[in-house]
Ligand binder design. Structure first.
Ligand SMILES: NC(=O)c1ccc[n+]([C@@H]2O[C@H](COP(=O)([O-])OP(=O)(O)OC[C@H]3O[C@@H](n4cnc5c(N)ncnc54)[C@H](OP(=O)(O)O)[C@@H]3O)[C@@H](O)[C@H]2O)c1
Length: 231
């Protein structure tokens, strides 16, 4: 694969940081965002990527992030919309304000930053957008109204962007991981060899990017093959 310029949102830990690490290991340039300054600093030092403290739910922060990409890398080839979190609650006991706040990150933030990056990609008539949705956006489940809806929205948005951007040589790939052992939802410290690791999602993304440019993988669900196996 030729050397590419990556922008990864939510790259300070978990799946995002695994993408930053794999992209850097492949010789690519990377700008990533997050909100935890010490994690950002640590990953930047470890990988040589440029880390920015920027909240994807803020339009001002997204403008600053895209400007940093222009200044540091001269643009963007691959946007990975990874920043996200889960608010879960049962209907009848749901805090709509908390749901709206989560949509500000998982949905409106993703749309806002992409809205700012797409003109750069269109001017090149080339680029990749990778949206991280979830299997929670493929099948509804108890307590899934807020989070599942946000990820279902990401899948629908991805299809709209595919329709709009394929004629410009821009590929949009929606990745739907099943459970991944990160700090997601405060579940820290898991390391079951049979369940998905953040690096597995990063490797999936790099595989999609490495396909010949005439090939589009529109949506990829990623499961652990045998997560029930005893260690
Ligand atoms: N883990 C799973 O089981 C799983 C399954 C399917 C889909 N996903 C999706 O995968 C993505 C990454 O999740 P993860 O498992 O890696 O979780 P994680 O370990 O909690 O990491 C989430 C990342 O997103 C960043 N982030 C959250 N809100 C942000 C905001 N408003 N602005 C900027 N950065 C923000 C966090 O930054 P700071 O910590 O610096 O704030 C962190 O770097 C999410 O979209 C999640 O919904 C996860």
């Amino acid at each position: 694969m030729q050397t590419l310029r990556f922008l990864v949102t939510g790259g300070s830990q978990g799946i995002g940081s695994a993408i930053v690490e794999l992209a850097r290991a492949g010789g690519h340039q990377v700008v990533f965002t997050g909100r935890n300054e010490s994690l950002i600093e640590k990953l930047a030092q470890k990988t040589g990527a440029h880390g920015l403290c920027a909240d994807v739910s803020s339009g001002d922060d997204n403008a600053r992030t895209v400007e940093a990409c222009r200044q540091r890398m001269g643009g963007v080839d691959v946007l990975v919309n990874n920043a996200g979190y889960a608010y879960r609650a049962e209907i009848g006991d749901l805090d709509v304000e908390a749901m709206k706040k989560m949509f500000d990150t998982n949905v409106f933030g993703l749309v806002d930053i992409t809205n700012r990056v797409v003109p750069l990609l269109k001017s090149q008539q080339r680029g990749d957008i990778v949206n991280i949705a979830s299997t929670s956006g493929m099948k509804g489940g108890a307590t899934g109204t807020p989070y599942g809806a946000s990820k279902w929205a990401v899948r629908g948005i991805s299809q709209c962007w595919q329709a709009e951007l394929r004629p410009h040589g821009i590929r949009v790939t929606c990745v739907c991981p099943s459970e991944v052992q990160t700090n997601f939802g405060g579940k820290a410290g898991r390391n079951n060899p049979n369940k998905l690791h953040a690096g597995d999602i990063a490797a999936t993304i790099m595989a999609a990017l490495a396909m010949p440019r005439r090939v589009l993988w529109p949506e990829l669900a990623v499961f652990a093959n045998n997560p029930w196996k005893e260690d």
